[in-house]
Design a protein around this ligand. Structure first.
Ligand SMILES: Cc1cc2nc3c(=O)[nH]c(=O)nc-3n(C[C@H](O)[C@H](O)[C@H](O)COP(=O)(O)O)c2cc1C
Length: 359
């Protein structure tokens, strides 16, 4: 049996991961996330992960317009749980490494070492522009900067004093205590470009990715695996899956159709803009002629059906994409999380895919 790590992507952003007017209410409140973290721990998941989002995508769904800050959320969730890993996301373009090093070490003390970090290298145009922080770096420079950032946090977590003279950062006798409990926390990144993946392979412990279909999950997973193998084979690979359970396969499909009927094209386009996929000119958006008009509400690879069917599909993709971990999102983190934790995970683990405690 291969050990698979299982995580829950926390709904710290309003609307979850479906920009649609027809979704179950997800208010991104801390209270809601607290319940999700406690349920996730009870079901035996290995970790929670929260995203770092600084500007929502608007539209009728007001998608991600409310988004809790990741590190502070993780500090609270760490205090409220005892076993589960509590991972945060830090955008290296927005937080100085010496500030981040101390915040993460503090969270690590609160969680007694259950800390993990998802690194974002920046380039989120709308988020940075609204803060007057548009660094305007190309992808290579963005990852050179992130590389310095990671080198600095690691040095601060392991040394009493750090002097650093880089292209982007200068530190002089910089000190940071406490140190993280249990040493340097695991760090991952959801880079997708070759440059970003090279940065991950050189500096970090894992790569997070998502696909849009079974085939893309498998090909991206295998690409990540081969990049790992070319770099000492130590990288862990984690895939994000959107699960949509139903009483039957047809019932799950009805849920998807309903979400798609309410898809929010304004939010979808703004999201694409933020990720740099389309023009950044906000006046360029026209729902009648944008290519995004064909988009569905759900962009992350969806695994839908009865709970038995979902367990089978997940086993197939985990095996063929050869991943070390799966991170789950879902439309509703109460009933859907219960279906995942109580029905799907035990089937998956029984089938030979994992180590979740509850099974
Ligand atoms: C699953 C996943 C999660 C991500 N989480 C965040 C996040 O929380 N905050 C953020 O600003 N960017 C996030 N990103 C964006 C990535 O960090 C990265 O910028 C993006 O995938 C583009 O890759 P590149 O930098 O190699 O071009 C995420 C991407 C993926 C695929």
């Amino acid at each position: 049996m291969k050990d698979i790590e299982y995580g829950i992507f926390m709904p710290v952003g309003s609307g979850g991961w479906i920009p649609s007017g027809n979704i179950p209410e997800l208010d991104a409140s801390y209270r809601y996330n607290l319940e999700v973290a406690r349920d996730s721990e009870r079901f035996g998941f290995d970790f929670t992960l929260s995203q770092a989002v600084w500007r929502g995508y608007g539209g009728v769904s007001k998608h991600f317009d409310v988004n809790l800050e990741s590190l502070i959320t993780s500090a609270g969730l760490a205090q409220a749980t005892t076993e589960i890993g509590v991972w945060s996301t830090v955008n290296t373009a927005l937080l100085h490494p010496a500030v981040a090093a101390k915040m993460v070490a503090t969270q690590s003390e609160i969680s007694n070492g259950r800390t993990g970090l998802n690194i974002v290298a920046g380039g989120n145009r709308m988020s940075e522009k609204q803060m007057g922080l548009g660094l305007d770096l190309d992808n290579a420079a963005k990852y050179r900067r992130a590389g310095e950032w990671v080198e600095i946090v690691k040095a601060l977590w392991t040394s009493s004093s750090v002097d650093y003279e880089g292209e982007f950062f200068t530190l002089e006798d910089c000190q940071s205590d406490p140190k993280p409990v249990g040493g340097v926390p695991q760090m991952i990144c959801a880079a997708t470009s070759d440059t970003g993946l090279a940065f991950v392979a050189k500096n970090l412990d894992g790569v997070l990715f998502e696909g849009t279909s079974r085939d893309s999950v498998i090909s991206i997973g295998q690409r990540a695996r081969s990049i790992s193998q070319a770099n000492g084979d130590a990288l862990k690979t984690y895939c994000v899956f959107m699960i949509i359970p139903g009483d039957t396969d047809a019932d799950a499909q009805r849920r998807i159709d309903h979400y798609n009927e309410g898809r929010d094209l304004v939010a979808i386009t703004n999201m694409a803009r933020e990720w740099g996929a389309v023009s950044h000119d906000p006046t360029a958006y026209n729902p009648d002629n944008e290519s995004w008009a064909d988009s569905t509400a759900i962009s992350t690879g969806t695994v839908a059906g009865s709970t038995e069917s979902i367990a089978e599909q997940l086993a197939d993709m985990i095996e063929h994409a050869d991943v070390d971990g799966a991170v789950f999102i879902m439309p509703d983190f109460k009933d859907d999380l219960a279906a995942l934790g109580e029905e799907i995970m035990p089937m998956l683990v029984k089938g030979g895919f994992g180590r979740i405690a509850a099974a």
